[in-house]
Design a binder for this molecule. Structure first.
Ligand code: ADP
Ligand code: MG
Ligand code: MG
Length: 252
């Protein structure tokens, strides 16, 4: 069992002129493997800042608080070390990796995380299986990472990574944006499959309630003004779908 603990996290973004603009105003959140948490909030509330800060993006400066995974301070680790520790971060705008095929990228990532290369024979089967479950053309494995990927292909690639890398904690930022309804279903089914394994804790970050029809979170957190202003169960997601964020904006 793994636990991600975010305590009083305060983060500023580094502006081009070197100034710091405070965004996260003390975030507290505990996620255990097997649990699915949704963070929902309006645009500009700092949701992506939370994801990028945990990922170790250099643009964000931690000004207070802590993030630990099973007691280990992850804010001290390099981006690679965070991935090896078992954190998975599907980014809102995944980058292109020129000249690296999907198959090679996944094998390299798996090797880095496990500390040894996966057996060629079983790996090929796992890769094929993951692609079949996502209804992807096998030729996709030979394409360069994110080069000319459609929104749906990017998301399928993220879910493939989830299925193959089996992280302890997965943070998915706006996985539902830009997905047509078929892709949304395929991605949701992928998340639900990994979820059933019970080894991974999920943090789903979104401002649409749509994805919550397919992935039922155990906990919902309303995020406004750089912090969590309300917490509840799935019923809170339903309330947001019906009423929007208006009621919570006054609390921020
Ligand atoms: P969300 O994901 O909830 O839409 P973000 O974390 O992307 O919110 O942004 C939160 C706030 O931080 C916004 O007001 C945004 O303008 C500001 N912000 C984020 N990154 C930068 C940046 N690089 N430069 C200036 N402001 C930024
Ligand atoms: Mg946004
Ligand atoms: Mg965002």
């Amino acid at each position: 069992m793994s636990t991600l603990e975010i305590r009083d996290l305060q983060v500023s973004v580094k502006l081009p002129d070197g100034e710091l603009k405070p965004i996260l105003a003390g975030v507290d959140l505990t996620i255990k493997s097997g649990e699915t948490h949704a963070i929902m909030g309006p645009n500009g509330s700092g949701k992506s800042t939370l994801a990028y800060s945990i990922a170790g993006h250099p643009k964000y400066e931690i000004t207070g608080g802590s993030v630990t995974l099973d007691g280990q301070d992850i804010l001290e680790l390099s981006v690679d070390e965070r991935a090896r520790a078992g954190l998975f971060l599907a980014m809102q705008y995944p980058v292109e990796v020129p000249g690296v095929s999907v198959a090679n990228f996944l094998r390299t990532a798996k090797t880095a995380i496990d500390g040894e290369a996966p057996k060629l024979r079983t790996w090929a089967g796992e890769l094929r299986g993951a692609m079949e479950k996502l209804q992807m053309d096998p030729a996709f494995a030979q394409r360069n990472v994110n080069e000319g990927f459609s929104g749906g292909e990017k998301k399928r690639h993220e879910i493939m990574q989830l299925e193959l890398l089996k992280p302890k904690m997965a943070i998915l930022d706006e996985t539902d944006s830009g997905l047509d309804i078929d892709a949304l279903q395929i991605v949701s089914e992928g998340v639900n499959r990994v979820r059933e394994g019970g080894e991974t804790g999920f943090l789903l970050i979104t401002h649409y309630t749509r994805i919550l029809r397919y992935i039922k979170p155990d906990f919902v957190h309303v995020f406004v003004g750089g912090r969590i202003v309300e917490e509840g169960g799935p019923e809170l997601g339903e309330q947001l779908e019906a009423e929007g964020y208006k009621k919570f904006l006054v609390k921020a």
